[in-house]
Design a protein around this ligand. Structure first.
Ligand SMILES: [Fe+2]
Length: 276
């Protein structure tokens, strides 16, 4: 009985220590979770605060000062997928059988001044060539590899290119700004109303997430519609190879039938909530 009592006593002590350890581990892991959530909240909240400040005096064709552009770029550069509770295993990013898989849009916030949202691309997802009238746009690739092709309108047509040679006839000459692959982590890309590649096309080479900040947002009532384009190469023989590669004819098109963006609920931390 003595031995049994001792063993029973020891067992009880072990169980109570185990229970204390488990409680402490749970406490410490929930503390870690809270600390991690708090860190996420701070980053996303800092992004929201910075957008609020940077875009407060902006509007259509009124771009933030170079100092403000750098401030916002720095905050966006520091945003990671976990800050938004995103990862490539989520269903939006899975490879689809369709030739043109749908893109998912997670809406974060929109005001008259700016909007924030995430585009989720499965591999080979495409957002066709489109414009951003009067806007400044910050795009941060959170993960994956994205091909970006972008153009700006030009007013001074090079003497070697004749507008009369436009093919198709209604097309307008544009200068290519970017035509490259970008793999996260990489710097935030920025476009402006008349520079930086205001018309762009995104093609996901892998599953990709892109956080977009638009100031001001698209607005049909205010005449800021999204217009789509097709690009055509310069075919004239009188043009040098360099010019042929650096320019293209852009013609307005309808939104391509195969292009679909599906809205889904963003389940990450609320950018607007104030951390207490
Ligand atoms: Fe865009």
């Amino acid at each position: 009985m003595g031995i049994t009592t001792t063993l029973a006593g020891r067992k009880e002590k072990e169980l109570s220590e185990l229970s204390r350890d488990t409680t402490e581990n749970t406490r410490s892991s929930s503390k870690k979770n809270r600390r991690r959530q708090r860190k996420n909240m701070l980053r996303i909240h800092r992004l929201f605060d910075t957008c609020n400040e940077v875009f407060s005096h902006c509007g259509p064709n009124i771009i933030p000062s170079p100092h403000d552009v750098e401030r916002l770029r720095t905050v966006l550069d520091g945003i990671r997928p976990e800050d938004l509770e995103l990862n490539p295993d989520m269903p939006y990013f899975k490879k689809k059988a369709e030739r043109y898989p749908a893109i998912t849009y997670l809406h974060l916030f929109e005001s008259k001044k700016f909007s924030m949202g995430i585009f989720c691309f499965p591999p080979s997802g495409v957002i066709p060539l489109h414009n951003h009238p009067g806007m400044t746009v910050f795009s941060k690739i959170l993960f994956g590899t994205l091909h970006i092709k972008s153009y700006d309108w030009i007013n001074d047509v090079p003497s070697t290119i004749s507008v009369a040679q436009a093919e198709p006839r209604s097309a307008r000459l544009a200068k290519m700004k970017v035509n490259s692959n970008f793999t996260a982590p990489c710097n935030t890309s920025i476009l402006y109303p008349t520079d930086g590649g205001n018309m762009h096309c995104f093609t996901a080479l892998t599953a990709c997430a892109v956080l977009d900040v638009l100031g001001p947002p698209y607005s049909d009532p205010d005449g800021r519609h999204c217009t789509y384009y097709s690009d055509y190469p310069i075919s004239s023989l009188s043009v040098s190879e360099e010019e042929r590669e650096g320019y293209a004819w852009l013609e307005e098109t309808e939104k391509p039938d195969e292009f679909a963006v599906v809205g889904a609920l963003y389940r990450g931390p609320d950018p607007v909530v104030v951390d207490d």
